[in-house]
Design a protein around this ligand. Structure first.
Ligand code: ARG
Length: 467
């Protein structure tokens, strides 16, 4: 395709072959400039690298390359100052930049598109953009992890109930709970790192689909744009959008993690739980109920995965079944990724702020940790260890004691030794030492367990890793 705009012909983009211009509705459905203008910096960087390579290989003259390079910098500053005249009739960012370049530098501009097509051009632009977003996600996740580690350090030994089925299960420590999220976000971070590494190959030079007859130097443009190497198959180069899909997949998993902690915050900040207090900065009031402090930021973080996962499904749906190589369908790749990336970065920042500002209600956490027969497993373990009961029998004896306490409306440590001996004669007063929540969490010293010592060791590991 020739992309040299010629204002004088009936169709000022495609010239000779076309006797008529496009229908207005065709222009509306076809133009991508409304959104792909976001790729301007990547488009200009790609064109500058391409022009420098064309000169280095003797395909264009050094003076033409210099005029192109300088002119592109002028275009860049026009866009950045808002002076650039974006034109819908020029379809996309690539044609807009090239057309403006022609207005600025004249004839040399027409040589820029030698040995190139918009197919490899958009592929390289979009890869560069998504690569930047991976870096932004990695940076945002690092800040978020630090916020969780700070909470974990402060509350390494604060006891709270641990839940399964949202029912009190066993006492755990606040620090341990915070570090569970650090593990999740660390996996997210490694997914972005991994995707970034895989996408870091340069499709520029694949041209329309088959490569080019010009003796270009793809190593040179790859290096200039910070890629590890050029892509190895020209057909794949212009038809691949895996890099965007991987970014969206990693974003979706990350958004899912954000939604889980968001949900915990919604529950924990309720009047029924009062586990945490969210700061005024991340909550809103009600226009009618003066007592209300709503966890809006947390609720929105719980919801945003809808957009991000939606974008992921949308792009999969666009790409599914597309024959090689480029099809215009693929122009539908960008808006979803832009929205998902914007959403993710906003979510990471909001969660980081909220986690940094939230205050755990230690007394409430401790009281909740001690209720709900949370040390029943410790009692069963004691029966195994001290009285040599098989675990299944210890489980049964403990269940009977829990039923007794429940009937009496008290907790396990409130049962007298006589009451316990009536259920199993071997029980002696040393049992009370395992019924307290502090002892319970301290005892869970297995690697990765909730004991404060274990939590402190993990906090130290993360502080070092995140420094
Ligand atoms: N605006 C197009 C896109 O976003 C650029 C590539 C156009 N290529 C083509 N052969 N029409 O995909």
């Amino acid at each position: 395709m020739t992309a040299s705009p010629d204002i004088k012909s009936a169709n000022h983009m495609w010239g000779g072959r076309f006797a008529e211009g496009p229908d207005a509705i065709m222009q509306a459905i076809n133009a991508s400039i409304g959104f792909d203008k976001r790729l301007y910096a990547q488009d200009i960087a790609g064109s500058r690298a391409h022009a420098a390579m064309l000169a280095a290989t003797g395909i264009i003259t050094p003076s033409d390359a210099e005029a192109i390079g300088e002119g592109l910098l002028t275009v860049l500053s026009e866009i950045e100052t808002g002076a650039f005249p974006f034109r819908t009739d020029l379809e996309d960012i690539h044609m807009n930049v090239e057309n403006r370049l022609k207005e600025i530098v004249g004839t040399p501009a027409g040589r820029l598109h030698t040995a190139r097509s918009r197919n490899d051009q958009v592929a390289v632009d979009f890869r560069l953009w998504v690569r930047d977003q991976c870096d932004a996600a990695i940076a945002g996740l690092t800040l978020l992890m630090r916020a969780f580690v700070a909470q974990a350090e402060a509350g390494a030994d604060w006891v709270m109930p641990g839940f399964t089925h949202l029912q009190t299960a066993q006492p755990v420590t606040w620090g341990h709970h915070m570090l569970a999220y650090v593990e999740m976000f660390a996996r997210d971070r490694s997914r972005f790192e991994d995707a970034r590494q895989r996408m870091n190959e340069c499709p520029l030079g694949a041209a329309a689909l088959a490569g080019t007859g010009f003796a270009i130097d793809r190593q040179m443009t790859a290096r200039a744009l910070g890629f590890d190497r050029p892509t190895a198959n020209s057909l794949d180069s212009v038809s691949d959008r895996d890099f965007a899909l991987e970014f969206l997949a990693a974003s979706s998993i990350c958004a899912m993690h954000l939604s889980r902690f968001a949900e915990e915050l919604v529950i924990w900040s309720s009047a029924q739980f009062r586990f945490v207090r969210l700061s005024d900065k991340w909550t809103t009031g009600s226009s009618i109920m003066p007592q209300k402090k709503n966890p809006d930021a947390a609720e929105l973080l719980r919801a945003k995965i809808g957009r991000i996962l939606g974008a992921t499904v949308a792009l999969f749906t666009v790409m599914k079944g597309l024959p090689l190589t480029y099809s215009k369908d693929m122009q539908e790749d960008k808006e979803q990724v832009f929205d998902a990336a914007d959403t993710l970065m906003l979510c990471l920042a909001a969660m980081t702020g909220m986690v940094g500002d939230m205050t755990a209600n230690r007394a409430v956490l401790a009281a909740a940790a001690a209720s709900g027969f949370s040390t029943a497993t410790d009692l069963a373990d004691w029966l195994v260890r001290e009285l040599g009961l098989p675990f299944r029998e210890a489980h049964h004896v403990t269940g009977t004691l829990v039923a007794l306490a429940e009937a009496k409306g008290c907790d396990l440590p409130d049962l007298s030794i006589a009451e316990m001996c009536a259920v199993h004669p071997g029980i002696n007063p040393s049992v009370y030492s395992v019924l307290g929540v502090e002892n319970s969490v301290r005892s869970r010293q297995s690697y990765g367990g909730t004991a404060p010592d274990q939590v402190r060791a993990q906090v130290a590991r993360w502080q070092k890793a995140l420094a």
